[in-house]
Design a protein around this ligand. Sequence first.
Ligand code: HEM
Ligand SMILES: *[C@@H]1O[C@H](CO)[C@@H](O)[C@H](O)[C@H]1NC(C)=O
Ligand SMILES: *[C@@H]1O[C@H](CO)[C@@H](O)[C@H](O)[C@H]1NC(C)=O
Ligand SMILES: *[C@@H]1O[C@H](CO)[C@@H](O)[C@H](O)[C@H]1NC(C)=O
Ligand SMILES: *[C@@H]1O[C@H](CO)[C@@H](O)[C@H](O)[C@H]1NC(C)=O
Ligand SMILES: *[C@@H]1O[C@H](CO)[C@@H](O)[C@H](O)[C@H]1NC(C)=O
Ligand SMILES: *[C@@H]1O[C@H](CO)[C@@H](O)[C@H](O)[C@H]1NC(C)=O
Ligand SMILES: *[C@@H]1O[C@H](CO)[C@@H](O)[C@H](O)[C@H]1NC(C)=O
Length: 325
Amino acid sequence: MRTQLVLSCLVFVCIVLCEVVAGAGNVLRNNFYKSTRCPNAEQLIRNITWSKAKNDVTLGARLLRLHYHDCFLRGCDASVLLDTEGTEQSEKEAGPNLSLGGFDVIDDIKRQVEAKCPGIVSCADILALSARDAVSFPFKTSMWEVETGRKDGNVSLASEVSSNLPLPDSNISTLQQLFAKKGLNVDDLVALSGAHTIGFAHCGAFSKRLFNFTGKGDMDPSLNATYAESLKKSCTNLANIVEMDPMSSTSFDSNYFNILINQNKGLFQSDAALLNDTNSVNVVKKLQNDKAFFVEFGKSMKKMGAIEVLTGNAGQIRKNCRVKN
Ligand code: HEM
Ligand SMILES: *[C@@H]1O[C@H](CO)[C@@H](O)[C@H](O)[C@H]1NC(C)=O
Ligand SMILES: *[C@@H]1O[C@H](CO)[C@@H](O)[C@H](O)[C@H]1NC(C)=O
Ligand SMILES: *[C@@H]1O[C@H](CO)[C@@H](O)[C@H](O)[C@H]1NC(C)=O
Ligand SMILES: *[C@@H]1O[C@H](CO)[C@@H](O)[C@H](O)[C@H]1NC(C)=O
Ligand SMILES: *[C@@H]1O[C@H](CO)[C@@H](O)[C@H](O)[C@H]1NC(C)=O
Ligand SMILES: *[C@@H]1O[C@H](CO)[C@@H](O)[C@H](O)[C@H]1NC(C)=O
Ligand SMILES: *[C@@H]1O[C@H](CO)[C@@H](O)[C@H](O)[C@H]1NC(C)=O
């Protein structure tokens, strides 16, 4: 009788402990969906993303930037995907969006995932995974690890954008501050800026450096003058777009760092600013080869992908990535 009581007490304590441990496990982890009713979710998302990336070399850039904006605004909770509802504008309507794209692609992936297993895979995870997969397509292997288990948030406010997202003319101290607010250090700032090895920018994001840097019709002296002249030719209209990493804008590689430090070809002031601090310039030097860049980028993406995430019972699995349930 007594032994039985002690035994059942032990079992009870064990169950409580296990619950506590499982509760503490409400964090992101590798292969979160393996143990759900949608065990092949990650493979499915990769298959769909790769089939899209095959026909669109710019997809990786769009999805990567979308994921970054999502993580910097209320954490990686797919808030950037929400459409405006009511009168308060949502994140995607804010000024610095300067043409965010890829919303249609996320919608389509979500639709296909919901068709296979409804209500299990979050929009936030779909965004994190598809960004990785689209960038990785040319390599036919995953270029960094994405932990999963994010839930979706239900709030998106345009008014929160300006205090969280750096601008293309941000200086090094502002960049460091805004990244530090998200738990990211100088190593992360530099590695993640390397995302500008792919994609395009509108002339409006850097035209001041070409035409009127100090208000006297001058050019930014920290920008390569030859490069600036060719940019001027491309930027007869501020709505025009140019490659961010000239002649290498569809290949994910360390060329961004090479031309930044060796040729003064950082397109934005925020890129050039990485040379303006002894710590960050040392990281730039280190990331000039692909191997180092890939390793550090992967580490920093993992950190960025975990910013203020909703996990466990927090948040929801949106049915439609554009509207909260
Ligand atoms: C460090 C601060 C950053 C600033 C000031 C910044 C600013 C910008 C701006 C102004 C554009 C051009 C948008 C346009 O004109 O259409 C751009 C493009 C882009 N950014 Fe950043 N960015 C930063 C960090 C990041 C990070 C951390 C990532 C991802 C990890 C990222 C990924 C991208 C990508 C991939 C594009 C190209 C998008 C496309 O081609 O559609 N950026 N960024
Ligand atoms: C993904 O594609 C591979 C290769 O085509 C296929 O073998 C696999 O079954 C697909 N997985 C899912 C979940 O669609
Ligand atoms: C970006 O913001 C502008 C307003 O500044 C808005 O007109 C546009 O629709 C937004 N872009 C997206 C993709 O929501
Ligand atoms: C950096 O930019 C911020 C915001 O524009 C400004 O307040 C600050 O003085 C600048 N810092 C330096 C060192 O120029
Ligand atoms: C250059 O900047 C100055 C000061 O901000 C402004 O008064 C002037 O109109 C600008 N010139 C051009 C061509 O935009
Ligand atoms: C500017 O770019 C050209 C190539 O486009 C390069 O030859 C030159 O060294 C660069 N100048 C500086 C100061 O980095
Ligand atoms: C670097 O910093 C100096 C002074 O701190 C400033 O004058 C210069 O404009 C900065 N350059 C860039 C590219 O931010
Ligand atoms: C948003 O979600 C939180 C929990 O994640 C919930 O408490 C809150 O009521 C929701 N708000 C709206 C407007 O749906």
